[in-house]
Design a protein around this ligand. Structure first.
Ligand SMILES: [Ca+2]
Length: 137
């Protein structure tokens, strides 16, 4: 079993725009920031079966999500956050959760040279050995 925490979402439709909200849709359920998902799937299977749903304040067109998965201890990309958003590196420095992988989702652009490419539009933490049993038996 793996545990996936929808840890953060930092996205807005342009400079000065309000923060947009997203949910993940997995097995018909909406999953919001701070929600945890438990699955017997592999991370790759989970990512192929999850959809990203806009909830509010994101009227801009959004390209196909770009996923980047980093293992624990991998260098964190040093990218400024778009329009004064918290950068991925700053967010990561404040992280206390244990995880084995970090899934970084870019929703704003597929252009890696764009200032919108900040890899923290959605952040998932993956724990491959969760110490919490979601279902009593
Ligand atoms: Ca962002």
């Amino acid at each position: 079993m793996i545990e996936i925490l929808f840890a953060a979402s930092l996205f807005q439709c342009g400079v000065g725009a309000p923060q947009a909200e997203f949910a993940l849709v997995y097995q018909g359920e909406q999953i919001f920031v701070n929600d945890r998902i438990y699955t017997e799937e592999t991370l790759e299977e989970f990512l192929s079966n999850v959809a990203i749903q806009r909830i509010s304040n994101a009227d801009c067109s959004i390209p196909t999500p770009f996923y980047n998965t980093l293992g624990y201890g991998a260098p964190i990309p040093n990218l400024p956050g778009f329009d004064s958003q918290t950068s991925l590196a700053t967010w990561h420095n404040s992280l206390e959760d244990q995880y084995e992988s970090l899934v970084l989702v870019e929703l704003g652009t597929s252009d890696i040279s764009s200032p919108a490419f900040d890899l923290q539009d959605i952040i998932l933490l993956v724990d491959t050995n969760p110490d919490f049993e979601p279902y009593a038996d």
